[in-house]
Design a binder for this molecule. Structure first.
Ligand code: G3H
Ligand code: 13P
Ligand code: ZN
Length: 309
């Protein structure tokens, strides 16, 4: 089974009211942990690579590792560029074997975002590759932000319709209150479900994407703090809110921070308990297993993607 695009995955997810996890990958252990979880859970997966990951591991190493994962597991896997910020990086990933790319023009004006996204869509579609774009800005939006300011940051539903129609994009990342990293909310975690519902109603059968969707489970914060990784006060998106989003047209949920926390916490614990160890396999094996358990938990209890192959 070769790499697949997200088209079929999203169609099934939309109809089945669940979401496919898009997990960020940077090295072999991360890829293996995610793929082992997908195999165990019989779940579709998207492996995504950021510009930083490409710089860290090199495009060729990551694509060859993902090819190995496909061959070894027999699973349908989509390989996606996360947050491509210009045409060149998208082109390089399309030419270099990715089946999906994100062009993130959210920092540009509405018209510039449309023009850039359209250019990537034309190039990608001619080569059988699908495209995700972003409209609205993901940020730590405070509760006291005025409605007009919030409208400028969160995705405007009418603009979303115009954006999708004019670009021909295959999926759209929306801003409804999530943000990247471990510190997402200062007060009570809240997502703008009214806005999400509006967008879904205006764009029926169209796959939406939620970035910044790590949960940062409180027991992990405690665990990390105990072993020396200080993430005191970190707060992610509660799992209940993610399940709700998956019922409302969100077909792709992006998770990176939770994988970083699971892996790093495991490594810290291992080295604290086994100060004499220096063979990387001794701490990377349990770290890979901790990541696998985290991903399997997401599939089963949050995304609803288990047994959907
Ligand atoms: O949204 C960003 C992802 O978490 C990737 O992060 O750019 O540090 O690889 P990165
Ligand atoms: P988190 O930081 O919440 O894991 O989000 C990851 C993400 O959106 C990658 O694009
Ligand atoms: Zn993101």
């Amino acid at each position: 089974m070769p790499l697949v695009t997200t088209t079929e995955m999203f169609k099934k997810a939309y109809e089945g009211n669940y979401a496919v996890g898009a997990f960020n990958v940077n090295n072999m252990e991360i890829i293996q942990g995610i793929v082992d979880a997908a195999k165990e859970e019989k779940s579709p997966i998207i492996l995504q690579v950021s510009a930083g990951a490409r710089k860290y591991a090199k495009h060729i190493y990551l694509t060859k590792l993902v090819e190995a994962a496909v061959e070894d597991s027999g699973l349908p896997i989509a390989l996606h560029l996360d947050h491509g910020d210009d045409f060149e990086i998208c082109k390089s990933c399309i030419d270099g074997g990715f089946t999906s790319v994100m062009i993130d023009g959210s920092k540009h004006s509405f018209e510039e975002n449309i023009a850039l996204t359209k250019r990537v869509v034309e190039y990608a579609h001619e080569r059988g590759v699908v495209v995700e774009a972003e409209l609205g800005k993901l940020a730590g939006v405070e509760d006291d932000v005025k409605v007009e300011a919030k409208d400028a940051i969160y995705t405007n539903p009418d603009q979303a319709v115009e954006f999708v129609q004019r670009t021909g994009v295959d999926s759209l990342a929306i801003a409804i209150g999530t943000s990247h990293g471990a510190y997402k909310f200062k007060g009570e975690p809240k997502l703008d479900f009214e806005r999400l519902e509006k967008i879904t109603n205006l764009l029926p059968n169209f796959p939406l994407v939620l970035h910044g969707a790590s949960t940062v489970l409180p027991e992990f914060v405690e665990f990390c703090n105990k072993y020396g990784g200080n993430v005191a006060g970190a707060q992610g998106v509660p799992e209940k809110l993610l399940r709700q989003a998956a019922q409302l047209g969100v077909c792709k949920i992006n998770i990176d921070t939770d994988l970083r926390l699971a892996m790093t916490a495991s490594i810290r614990k291992h080295l604290a308990e086994n100060p004499g160890d220096f063979d990387p396999r001794q701490y990377l094996k349990p770290a890979r297993e901790a990541l696998q358990a985290m991903v399997a938990h997401k599939m089963r209890n949050v995304l609803g993607s288990s047994n959907k192959l």
